[in-house]
Design a protein around this ligand. Structure first.
Ligand code: KG4
Ligand code: ZN
Length: 366
């Protein structure tokens, strides 16, 4: 970075309202001075998914509070900031609009420059914020709303090697939990059940492994689990605890196998494109919390001689520190927005890759 910068970041593209302040200086490197996240799980729990209207209203209520809280935690005033960065997409449009309008208001009243950040760039640059890794690197985003392999060349240049053509893996975990009567969010509850189960009892499909590319699919897996569940119910009249644990274990093992195999392919592609021998692989997104999945990915990296990096979970999941940090890199490279900044429900990172199909519970896939 060519200058010392302190940036306020705002995030409201899905079901977390967040504000954070990040500073980068020549002597201390990157410091996260404050990171505030208000989740909305309770507001949506009765509906089995994120309700966009409820999310947008809750963001509007909480954005100002998040900003004040972040400023208080950092002990800073607006005079100490260099810019305001805000998620301008992709995501649920009402939430993105709430954040963009709040940031525009702050920018207009303080005179601070405004920077619109792609939410996926925020995730993709997180390992630079937390661990200072150098470009280029291979990034795997795995969350409730995203699933893609990216080569990060710079803060503005990404190549997408592949991604999901339907559900994101976290979304599949959440749907499986719903099918089995387990609590939301589904990831942790399915993982806990899977630990008690036999992954071999129900053989789940490994979608798209026959295709020699880096695309993934998870919705068929969820359907396979539904069929297996219905068959047990038809035969025995209900599920035992062991049935449930075995179903979870079979499902989770399939996700581990698919992500591991596709990571291996993505690494091969990455190495041939960038001519790197020992690339760094970084992961972000809530699904990276899953121990089996992490171990599967780490094993592939170790076998292929690459370094595996998983930032602390609070910065892997949706947060505003990653948006503030992306704002720092963009500001430093001369990027500025103005009052014409638009909220974008879709915003692909790699304009040269064709759009992927599908739209999940957290809105259309980027
Ligand atoms: O990154 P995140 O907080 O939000 C976005 O989706 O952007 O990710 C949340 C997702 C949820 O679908 C949740 O079920 C999943 O991450 N998740 C997990 C685990 N913990 C959270 N999935 C699998 N195993 C876990 N331990
Ligand atoms: Zn996200």
């Amino acid at each position: 970075m060519s200058q010392d910068l302190t940036v306020l970041g705002l995030e409201s593209s899905c079901d977390d309202t967040a504000a954070a302040i990040v500073r980068h200086s020549a002597d201390k490197g990157t410091e996260i001075l404050a990171s505030v996240v208000y989740g909305q799980t309770d507001l949506h729990s009765a509906f089995g998914g994120v309700v966009p209207e409820i999310a947008a209203r809750a963001h509007t209520e909480k954005l100002d509070i998040s900003v004040s809280e972040a400023m208080r935690q950092a002990g800073l005033g607006f005079d100490d900031l260099d810019a305001i960065a805000v998620t301008a997409g992709p995501g649920l449009i009402g939430g993105v609009l709430s954040g963009v309008m709040c940031a525009k208001g702050l920018s207009a009243s303080t005179g601070l420059p405004l920077i619109g950040v792609n939410h996926l760039v925020g995730h993709a640059l997180t390992p630079r914020m937390t661990d200072g890794i150098a470009y280029p690197y291979l990034m795997l985003l795995v969350s409730g709303g995203h699933c893609q392999f990216l080569i990060a060349h710079s803060a503005t240049e990404f190549s997408r090697l592949g991604g999901t053509i339907d559900d994101a893996p976290g979304e599949a975990f959440d749907k499986v939990a719903r099918l089995l009567g387990l609590p939301q969010p589904g990831g942790p509850s399915v993982e806990a059940e899977a630990a008690k189960g036999d992954p071999k009892r129900f053989r789940m499909p490994r979608p798209l492994l026959d295709r020699d590319d880096c695309n993934l699919s998870f919705s068929g897996l969820k359907t396979a689990l539904l069929r297996a569940r219905d068959q047990i119910v038809a035969e025995k009249g209900g599920l035992t605890r062991q049935d449930r644990a075995d179903l979870c274990a079979g499902f989770q093992q399939a996700v581990v196998d698919v992500l591991s195999a596709k990571l291996e392919r993505a690494l091969g592609e990455y190495m041939s494109r960038t001519r790197t021998k020992s690339p760094t692989v970084a992961v972000a997104g809530g699904v990276a919390a899953n121990k089996q999945i992490r171990e599967g990915l780490e094993t592939v990296c170790a076998r292929l001689g690459s370094v595996f990096l998983a930032p602390p979970l609070r910065y892997c999941t949706d947060n505003a520190a990653m948006i503030a940090y992306a704002g720092i890199e963009l500001f430093d490279s001369g990027h500025r927005d103005d009052m014409t900044l638009a909220a974008r429900p879709r915003w692909p990172l790699d304009k040269s890759s064709p759009a992927l199909l599908g739209s999940g519970r957290k809105g259309a896939k980027a």
